[in-house]
Design a protein around this ligand. Structure first.
Ligand SMILES: Cc1cc2nc3c(=O)[nH]c(=O)nc-3n(C[C@H](O)[C@H](O)[C@H](O)COP(=O)(O)OP(=O)(O)OC[C@H]3O[C@@H](n4cnc5c(N)ncnc54)[C@H](O)[C@@H]3O)c2cc1C
Ligand code: SF4
Length: 561
């Protein structure tokens, strides 16, 4: 047992753990961050390594990938460069029902998945926070947009978000740096949408956590384009680039990599969490660390797993689970309804550089006061326009010098819309501990029960039809609508399992991410979410984390915890 009692322990150093570390240390708390994975530094970043310097020329060691990471390889970013940032599936198993696949895509290192994330950031609005109440589904969020708006501001100002202000109620504007530019193919589609659906369908450049101007000591992006491999100029936000250095600068941070949290230590007499049981990642020795307050930021499913593995006689179904809702209401955005086509954009122009961002079309279905669809909620599109390059060789007829010459010319302009839809909360989508299986550190693993319902599939079908319709309006040809059959988990926006709420009988956490049952326990990653909206969720997790830290620090000062 460590002799020292910290003011705070944060479990996890990824997107939310980095924020908890920054906010708690800046408030003066001696904070220990327990991180399961290895240390990562900018020396690990490989975004400038070209394919010809890679052993498998960027095509990957597919046999090894299949053997070690059969699940993780399903993520587009788990390639020859970045597979080192994804877990080994044999060391980190989980189970599912045979007819309900779930892709559990994870990064276990300092920085977590903030290293490989797609950096798309969209605020939620009251259309989202009021949705469950309006539809009579699950429970109401205990907060509204006004509660979170100053915390979105706080997070955005620090991390640096580039984007365009639109003044849309369903997608509030934020503290933006100058937006990246749409290419001329995207401008063609933007103009067609504005002409055919004025005020309804809007195409904008993605709002993203990438700097278009120097910001807070980090350099503007130089459009090299492979951010999931890291970024030596620190131009996109991840916790290694931004929040952890800020926490370190306070002198109050202790970061302990290779520290796998096994469970929480519960002090029944005080009804407080006393600390965290850890398995050392190297030696596999059991250790204990103590603190006045504990923040779980290990990611949605890992935080739920820690709580479920922390069952005591008083909480036989998992710590802080008097409601019985711990582990339940697991959600992930459904994605993959959309359409591709060839568009008539200027043939004498082509995109320059590798802009690490695409377009966004905010939700336009079931808005307040607008027409209602046969399904609930809505979807937004990501995507973009580009021209085919020399890689189209196998499609181009001919051979010899003329063929090579033709390949040097850019091909047709193409455009793709790719939908991300809301997933409804459902008590029957849940995780439990699989007592028959342990991970490489001897810790029982999760059994995940999750599938999409009719509403999610209806959203993707509509997203595919509407995308084809928009391409047609833009004069596209060879339009190909699609609905991918992606299992839950694939969008990597898993949420729920320890939801917030007003009533301790139906929720695990209160409006400040504090466990109803145990006042010095906070869970601020995606486990706390009550619904999913259709926007990428990480900026909301970060804002909730900063807000919860502020509340916890106040409660500690008031000696409430
Ligand atoms: C390829 C990719 C693209 C994405 N694109 C986007 C996007 O564009 N926009 C968006 O909003 N989101 C995106 N996401 C999702 C985003 O990365 C996650 O929502 C976010 O990282 C979640 O933050 P977190 O802190 O909960 O978890 P993570 O960032 O995963 O961090 C969790 C940390 O906890 C550690 N940990 C886990 N278990 C334990 C334990 N038992 N003990 C100690 N430490 C533990 C892990 O090692 C990890 O470091 C993407 C993800 C991926 C992989
Ligand atoms: S594209 Fe920009 S943010 Fe991405 S790795 Fe390159 S410089 Fe960094």
């Amino acid at each position: 047992m460590s002799p020292k009692t910290y003011d705070a322990i944060v479990v996890g150093s990824g997107m939310t753990g980095g924020w908890a570390a920054k906010e708690l240390t800046e408030a003066g708390l001696e904070t220990l961050v327990l991180e399961a994975g290895r240390n990562v530094t900018p020396a690990d970043y490989v975004e400038h390594v070209p394919p010809w310097q890679m052993r498998f020329r960027g095509l990957d060691n597919r046999k090894k990938r299949m053997a070690d990471q059969p699940i993780q390889r399903e993520c587009y970013a788990c390639d020859e460069w970045s597979s080192k940032f994804f877990v080994n599936d044999h060391d980190n198993p989980y189970t599912t029902e045979s007819d309900k696949p779930f892709l559990f895509l994870r990064g276990r290192q300092v920085g977590g998945r903030s290293i490989m994330w797609g950096r798309q950031v969209y605020r939620w609005s009251d259309l989202d926070f009021e949705a469950n109440l309006r539809d009579g589904i699950a429970i109401d969020w205990p907060i509204r947009y006004a509660d979170l708006s100053p915390w979105y501001d706080h997070v955005e100002r620090f991390i640096g978000i580039s984007g365009e202000k639109l003044g849309l109620p369903q997608l509030p504007d934020g503290q933006f740096l100058k937006p990246m530019e749409l290419n001329c193919g995207e401008q063609v589609v933007r103009d067609a949408l504005a002409k055919h659906w004025p005020g309804e369908r809007v195409l904008t450049i993605g709002r993203c956590a990438i700097l278009t101007e120097d910001h807070n000591g980090r350099a503007a992006c130089h459009y090299c384009g492979y951010c999931e491999r890291g970024c030596v100029t620190l131009s996109y936000f991840n916790s290694i680039n931004a929040t952890l250095p800020a926490a370190r600068a306070t002198g109050k941070l202790t970061l302990r990599p290779l520290s796998v949290a096994h469970s929480l230590i519960y002090d029944k007499k005080r009804n407080r969490v006393a600390g965290v049981r850890v398995i050392d990642g190297d030696t596999k020795h059991a250790l204990e660390f103590r603190a006045r307050v504990v923040f779980l930021c290990a990611s949605t499913l890992e935080s739920a797993r820690i709580l479920l593995n922390s069952a005591t006689p008083d909480f036989p179904n998992g710590l802080a689970n008097s409601s019985g809702e711990l582990g339940h209401n697991l959600m992930d955005h459904i994605m993959g309804g959309g359409a591709n086509g060839k568009i008539a954009a200027p043939a004498d122009k082509k995109p320059v550089g590798r802009r690490p961002n695409g377009i966004y079309v905010p939700r336009f279905r079931n808005l307040q006061g607008g027409p209602k669809s046969t399904f609930l909620r809505g979807y937004g599109y990501q995507g973009g326009a580009g021209r085919e390059g020399w890689g189209r060789g196998s499609d181009l007829p001919g051979f010899g010098a003329d063929w090579k010459k033709a390949l040097r010319q850019p091909g047709d302009w193409g455009f793709g819309f790719y939908g991300f839809g809301e997933c409804l909360p459902n008590h029957n989508n849940y995780v439990e501990i699989d007592k028959t299986k342990n991970d490489a550190w001897g810790i029982p693993v999760l059994k995940i029960h999750c599938s999409y319902g009719d509403n999610e599939w209806a959203l993707m079908k509509d997203a595919s039809i509407a995308a084809a319709e928009m391409l047609a309006a833009a004069g596209a040809r060879e339009i190909t609508p699609f609905v991918e059959q992606n299992p839950p988990g694939k969008a990597i926006h898993e949420m729920g399992t320890a939801r917030m709420g007003r009533d301790p009988k139906t929720s695990v956490l209160n409006a400040h991410n504090q466990a109803h049952d145990i006042p010095n326990l906070f869970v601020t990653d995606g486990a706390c979410m009550v619904s999913t909206a259709c926007q990428n969720p990480s900026i909301t997790y970060m804002a909730l984390t900063a807000r919860a830290c502020d509340y916890a620090v106040g409660a500690m000062k008031r000696k409430e915890i």
